[in-house]
Design a protein around this ligand. Structure first.
Ligand code: NI
Length: 392
C-alpha cells in the first residue's frame, strides 16, 4: 500500500518554489502562454508525454504506467484574475493589474508535484494518468473548450478528479460530499426598448427605465411564488445600464445577470419562466423586451459511490479520516461540471487557511497557506495511484 504523503513532504520546497514562480507571472483567462510553457517544460523534464494541443493555452500530458490499463485524469486550472495584488509578499505578482487571487497557481504547482511523484512511481501504476492543465476557468469557457478539442479521448478518460483550495478551512482538512455541491450557472441578458424623450414630459414617451425596474422586482417572485421553497434558486441582476442625463428618458435599458440552481430541470424551466415575466411586464408598460439565457455550466455533482471510495480510501490516507468533513453546497459555479457531465468525476476542497491566512478568493490580499500544497500534491497522486490499482 503506497502512501504518497511523505514523498510529497520531501518535495515540499520544490512545489512551493514552483507556486511562487507561477504567482509572480499571473496571466488572465485564455492568455496563459508563459504558464503553459512553464508547465510543459516541467512535464517534459519529468519524462511525461506532452500531447500536441490545438488550444492556444493549456497543457495535456500522459504518464504511462507499468502496463496498459484504464486512464484517470487529474485536472488543475491555471488562469489568474484582473485584480491588483496587495499582499506585499516578496513573490507578489510582477504583472500590474493581474493576480493569482483564486489560488490557481497553487493548483498548478501541486499537480506538477503530483506529476513528479507519479513519474518516480510509474512502475506501480496499473494504467495511464492524463494530466489536464486547464486554461480559462474564471470565465467558464476552458473546460468546454478542452472537451470539444478531445481532452477526454485518446485515451478515453474513465474517471476525472479535481480539487480547489478553500481558505475558510484550515490546512490539513478536506471538504467532500456527494450530490450537487456547486450550482448550475446561467447568464442572462435583457434589453428593454421603449421610446425616449423629455424627462419632464414622460407621457409622450414609453419609459423603459420604469419597465426595467418592474422587471427586476418581478423576477424575484419566481423564487418566492413559483419554485419550491426547499429548492434553492438565485436570480441576480448584476448590471443595469441606461440613460445619459437626469432629464432625458432613454430609448432602451440593458441588463445582465446570473442565475443559479441545483436542479437540472429547473435550470431548463427558468428560461421560459423568466421570459414570460420579462416580456409581459415590458408590455404592461408599453415597452418591448429581448431576453437571452445561456446555460454556462451545469452543476458540480459528485457521485455517491466514487465519493465514498475516495473518502474511505486514498483521501483518508493523505488527510486522515477524521480530517475529512462534509461540504455545505454553495451556489458558486465551477466549470469542472462540464467534465462531470461527460465522465464520472469528483471535485473536492482542501483547506488552505490558518489563523492569519483566511481572506476569501478574489480578494487583493488573498493567499494560501503553502503547506497545503504538499497535501494537495499528495492527494492528486494518491487518488490516481489507488484508482488505477483498483481498476487496472
Ligand atoms: Ni478558483
Amino acid at each position: 500500500m503506497k502512501n504518497f504523503r511523505e514523498e510529497a513532504q520531501a518535495l515540499g520546497e520544490e512545489i512551493i518554489a514552483m507556486r511562487r514562480a507561477l504567482h509572480e507571472h499571473p496571466e488572465i483567462s485564455s492568455q496563459e502562454t508563459w504558464t503553459t510553457e512553464f508547465i510543459a517544460q516541467e512535464l517534459r523534464r519529468l519524462g511525461l508525454t506532452v500531447l500536441p494541443w490545438q488550444g492556444e493555452t493549456g497543457v495535456v500530458a500522459l504518464l504511462h504506467g507499468k502496463k496498459e490499463g484504464p486512464c484517470i485524469a487529474l485536472r488543475a486550472d491555471i488562469d489568474a484574475l484582473p485584480v491588483q495584488e496587495k499582499t506585499g509578499l516578496p513573490y507578489a505578482s510582477k504583472i500590474p493589474g493581474v493576480m493569482h487571487a483564486c489560488g490557481h497557481d497553487a493548483h498548478t504547482a501541486s499537480l506538477l508535484g503530483a506529476a513528479r511523484i507519479l513519474a518516480e512511481n510509474r512502475d506501480s501504476l496499473n494504467g495511464t494518468v492524463k494530466f489536464i492543465f486547464q486554461p480559462a476557468e474564471e470565465v467558464s469557457t476552458g473546460a468546454a473548450s478542452m472537451i470539444s478539442l478531445g481532452v477526454l479521448e485518446n485515451p478515453t478518460v474513465e474517471f476525472i478528479y479535481g480539487q480547489h483550495n478553500q481558505p475558510e478551512a484550515p490546512t490539513g482538512t478536506l471538504l467532500l460530499s456527494s450530490g450537487p455541491i456547486m450550482a448550475c450557472m446561467g447568464l442572462t441578458k435583457i434589453t428593454v426598448r421603449g421610446r425616449g424623450g423629455h424627462g419632464g414630459i414622460p407621457h409622450e414617451t414609453r419609459d423603459p427605465v420604469v419597465a426595467a425596474a418592474a422587471i427586476i422586482m418581478s423576477l424575484q417572485t419566481i423564487i418566492s411564488r413559483e419554485t419550491d421553497p426547499f429548492q434553492p434558486v438565485v436570480i441576480t441582476t448584476g448590471s443595469i445600464h441606461a440613460g445619459t442625463a437626469g432629464n432625458v428618458i432613454p430609448d432602451s435599458v440593458e441588463m445582465q445577470g446570473t442565475i443559479r440552481t441545483f436542479d437540472l430541470r429547473l435550470f431548463d424551466e427558468l428560461e421560459d419562466r423568466m421570459r414570460r415575466i420579462i416580456t409581459d411586464t415590458a408590455h404592461a408598460y408599453r415597452c418591448e423586451a429581448e431576453f437571452t439565457y445561456v446555460k454556462s455550466a451545469p452543476y458540480v455533482y459528485n457521485p455517491e459511490d466514487l465519493t465514498e471510495w475516495l473518502t474511505s480510501g486514498p483521501l483518508a490516507k493523505v488527510f486522515g479520516p477524521q480530517n475529512i468533513k462534509p461540504l455545505r453546497p454553495k451556489p458558486g459555479a465551477e466549470d469542472f461540471a462540464h467534465y462531470q457531465a461527460k465522465v464520472p468525476g469528483v471535485f473536492a476542497w482542501y483547506g488552505s487557511g490558518n489563523e492569519t491566512i483566511n481572506l476569501p478568493w478574489h480578494n487583493p490580499g488573498f493567499t494560501v497557506d503553502e503547506s497545503s500544497l504538499i497535501l494537495a500534491a499528495a492527494a492528486y497522486a494518491q487518488v490516481a495511484h489507488d484508482w488505477l490499482e483498483k481498476n487496472g
